[in-house]
Design a binder for this molecule. Structure first.
Ligand SMILES: C[S@@+](CC[C@H](N)C(=O)[O-])C[C@H]1O[C@@H](n2cnc3c(N)ncnc32)[C@H](O)[C@@H]1O
Length: 372
C-alpha cells in the first residue's frame, strides 16, 4: 500500500504510477493506494527515495474499515502479518493520522497493542534505532486503519516536502518549488535508469537540481549565462561538495536549436523533457510564447529517444468555481493543444495546481515522438 502526502493527491498518484509502471494502483481512499502486485522492498525503497508526493509504503499491509470492522479485527490481521515475517529483531511501531481523527480510535493505544503482539512473537521494542518498523495509519477521511512494514517514514520535516528553493545559493522568483520540480521530473522520466532528463530552459535549475540529486543523468540549457552559472552553483550546493555519480551538464545555448546546443553524446539518450518556459514581455525578444514552445519542442524532437515524455508547466487563471475549464494566462488552450499536436505530441494527463489567488498552473504530461 502506498500512502501519499497531502499536497496534491492527483499528481502524487500519477507520480507513483510513473515510478512503478508495471503496477496498477487503486485508491482505497484519496491518500491510500493499493498496488496490484507486490513490489520488492529494494524497489519500494528506491521509489520512496526519489518520489516527491509519496509519504511511505506499507509492505504486506493489512487494513480494516472501522465503519464495519473492529480494532480486534485489525489486531488479528496484524498478528498474522507479524507471524508471517521472515525477519525477527528490534522493532518500533510508528503512527500517523491523515485527513483528521477517527472518532473513538486511538493510534497510540493500538500501537501499544501491536507492540505487545510483536514482543509475543520474539521481537524486541527499540524506539530509537529499530531494525524494522511497523507503520500504523489512521485515515480520518475514510475510517480506514492500515498497518504494514514501513518503507519510508512519517516524518515531514525531511525530504522534498520541506525543502525551499529560497534556501539555494541562486534563487529568483521564477524558481520552481522543489516538490513540484521533482514530481515533474519523475512524471516525465519514470523509474531511474540510464536515460537522461532534458531541461531546455533551466533558469535557476529547479528541475535539474532535483534530477541530479536523484542520480539521474541530466542536461540543462539556458540562453542566459547568469542562469547557467546559477544552476551550476545550485547543483554543486545540492551535492554538498560531493561529485555526482551520474553524468550531468549545464550548457549555455538556445532551446530552439537543441541539436546544435547539445553535444552528440546526449542525442537519442533523452527519455524525459521538463519544460517551464518564460512568459511575460521580456522573455524572448520578439518570439511569441507559442513560437518559443513550438520551436523548443521541434528542436527537442531531434535529440530525444523513442517513447519520450514531456512535462510542460504553463500558468493559468484559477478555476475558482471549479468548472473544469482551462483558461491560460497567456494565449488560448485550444491553440496550445493544436501546437502540441502539431509537434507530434499526445496529452496523457493534465492537472491544475493552485499557486495563489490570481495564479494557478497547468501541468501537462505529454508523449512526444522523435523526428529523424
Ligand atoms: C520560467 S524560467 C525557468 C525557471 C526554472 N524552472 C527554475 O526553477 O528556475 C525560463 C527560463 O528560460 C530561459 N530561456 C528563454 N528563452 C530561451 C531559449 N530560447 N533557450 C534557452 N533558454 C531560454 C530564460 O532565460 C529563463 O531562465
Amino acid at each position: 500500500m502506498a500512502c501519499l502526502r497531502g499536497w496534491h493527491v492527483a499528481l502524487a498518484t500519477a507520480e507513483v504510477e510513473a515510478l512503478a509502471p508495471q503496477t496498477k494502483f487503486v485508491a482505497m481512499s484519496p491518500r491510500l493506494l493499493v498496488s496490484s502486485s507486490q513490489l520488492e522492498t529494494t524497489e519500494l525503497q528506491q521509489i520512496i527515495t526519489c518520489s516527491s508526493g509519496l509519504q511511505c509504503f506499507l509492505d504486506n499491509y493489512v487494513s480494516i474499515n472501522l465503519e464495519h470492522e473492529t480494532i480486534e479485527d485489525l489486531l488479528e490481521k496484524v498478528t498474522q502479518m507479524i507471524q508471517g515475517a521472515k525477519f525477527k529483531g528490534s522493532l518500533a511501531v510508528r503512527t500517523m493520522r491523515i485527513d483528521g481523527r477517527i472518532n473513538g480510535f486511538s493510534t497510540q493505544t493500538t500501537a501499544g497493542k501491536i507492540g505487545s503482539i510483536a514482543v509475543a512473537e520474539q521481537f524486541t521494542i527499540d524506539l530509537e534505532t529499530p531494525e524494522i518498523e511497523i507503520g500504523l495509519i489512521a485515515d480520518g477521511g475514510s475510517n480506514i486503519v492500515a498497518c504494514g512494514w514501513l518503507v519510508g517514514n512519517f516524518d515531514d520535516s525531511i525530504g522534498t516536502a520541506n525543502r525551499r528553493a529560497t534556501e539555494r545559493p541562486f534563487f529568483r522568483p521564477i524558481s520552481l518549488d522543489p516538490r513540484l520540480a521533482r514530481l515533474a521530473v519523475n512524471l516525465a522520466c519514470g523509474p531511474i535508469d540510464t536515460q537522461a532528463v532534458l531541461d531546455p530552459m533551466t533558469g535557476t535549475g529547479g528541475f535539474a537540481v532535483e534530477a541530479v540529486m536523484m542520480g539521474r543523468r541530466c542536461v540543462a540549457v539556458d540562453m542566459n549565462q547568469a542562469m547557467v552559472d546559477g544552476t551550476t552553483q545550485n547543483i554543486a550546493w545540492a551535492l554538498q561538495g560531493q561529485s555526482a555519480e551520474n553524468d550531468y551538464q549545464v550548457i549555455t545555448g538556445d532551446a530552439c536549436e537543441l541539436s546544435e546546443t547539445l553535444e552528440e553524446s546526449w542525442h537519442g539518450q533523452i527519455s524525459g523533457i521538463v519544460l517551464d518556459p518564460p512568459y511575460g514581455r521580456n522573455s524572448h525578444g520578439s518570439q511569441s510564447h507559442y513560437d518559443l514552445i513550438g520551436k523548443t519542442l521541434q528542436s527537442a524532437r531531434m535529440v530525444i529517444g523513442n517513447n519520450a515524455k514531456l512535462v510542460l508547466i504553463v500558468p493559468i487563471i484559477p478555476d475558482k468555481d471549479d468548472t473544469g475549464e482551462i483558461e491560460l494566462l497567456h494565449g488560448h488552450w485550444e491553440e496550445l493543444k493544436q501546437l502540441l499536436s502539431d509537434c507530434g505530441s499526445t496529452i496523457n494527463g493534465q492537472w491544475k495546481e493552485h499557486v495563489h489567488g490570481s495564479l494557478s498552473r497547468l501541468i501537462l504530461l505529454v508523449s512526444i515522438a522523435p523526428l529523424d
